[in-house]
Ligand binder design. Structure first.
Ligand SMILES: Nc1ncnc2c1ncn2[C@@H]1O[C@H](COP(=O)(O)OP(=O)(O)O)[C@@H](O)[C@H]1O
Ligand SMILES: [Mg+2]
Length: 229
């Protein structure tokens, strides 16, 4: 069983990708636990397995070998639709490329995930307005992504990640496409969310940002090489 308080545990997780004749060992026996209310940073060189690990933590992907436990339950025993429910309700994702839908306005982008959870229109709109206020973007609600700066798009993406009130927010290099000042501001938003009770796991290249996390996991060649807390 997972230790009490661990929301997610990876236990000896291996991930192998087969690319024609080539086998890529993306993860080689990763074991880690993510506890309630933590702020964890994941660092490591490009190709070290950061995104693969975070996708495992987010139940977006299953390991080739090893186990993932959510609240102490082995997720390999869940059906695909149960996993989709968990992802939709308990986990929010933020990506380096923002991944906003270009044809939708800021507020429509934020409302979209609630559509899949069957939330009525008026409720979706009200919740999206509140979240846009939270990230100081309520005055840009009707702008398309192309009319917003990178930092503004990422704030919209953070608002979108929060719509279903997830316990865990996973951010894969959320500041990777931003200048350092804007990146620091995004980090401040994530810190604020953490203080309000969200568990945050953030991949970053930036030592200055990683230092602001409570705990840093260093990956190299698909293995955890260092763990600072
Ligand atoms: N879908 C995939 N198919 C094949 N190889 C992949 C795939 N995703 C990742 N990899 C490989 O797995 C390794 C780890 O990738 P990734 O987790 O994206 O690293 P990071 O996020 O640290 O840059 C890399 O060698 C990468 O090329
Ligand atoms: Mg990556």
């Amino acid at each position: 069983m997972a230790k009490k308080g661990a929301i997610i545990e990876l236990r000896d997780v291996w991930k192998t990708y087969q690319m024609g004749a080539t086998t890529v060992q993306a993860l080689r026996g990763i074991s880690l636990q993510i506890f309630e209310d933590e702020f964890v940073a994941v660092q490591g060189p490009s190709g070290s397995g950061k995104s693969t690990s975070v996708n495992m933590i987010g139940c977006l992907d299953l390991p080739t070998k090893g186990s993932i436990f959510l609240d102490g339950k082995d997720i390999s025993k869940l059906s695909e639709s149960e996993l989709a429910q968990i992802r939709g309700r308990r986990i929010g994702f933020v990506f380096q490329q923002f991944n906003l839908i270009p044809t939708l306005s800021a507020i429509e982008n934020v409302m979209l995930p609630m559509t899949f959870q069957g939330v009525p229109f008026e409720k979706r709109r009200e919740r999206a307005e509140n979240l846009l206020k939270l990230v100081d973007m309520d005055d840009r609600a009707n702008h398309r992504p192309s009319e917003l700066s990178g930092g503004e798009q990422q704030r919209i993406a953070i608002a979108r990640a929060l719509v279903n009130d997830p316990e865990v927010v996973l951010a894969d290099e959320p500041t990777g496409n931003l200048d350092s000042k804007t990146g620091a501001m995004i980090m401040d938003f994530l810190k604020k969310l953490n203080k309000e009770g969200k568990t945050i796991v953030m991949v970053t290249h930036d030592n200055n940002l990683a230092r602001k996390a409570e705990r840093v996991i260093f990956l190299k060649d698909g293995e955890i090489v260092k763990h600072l807390s």
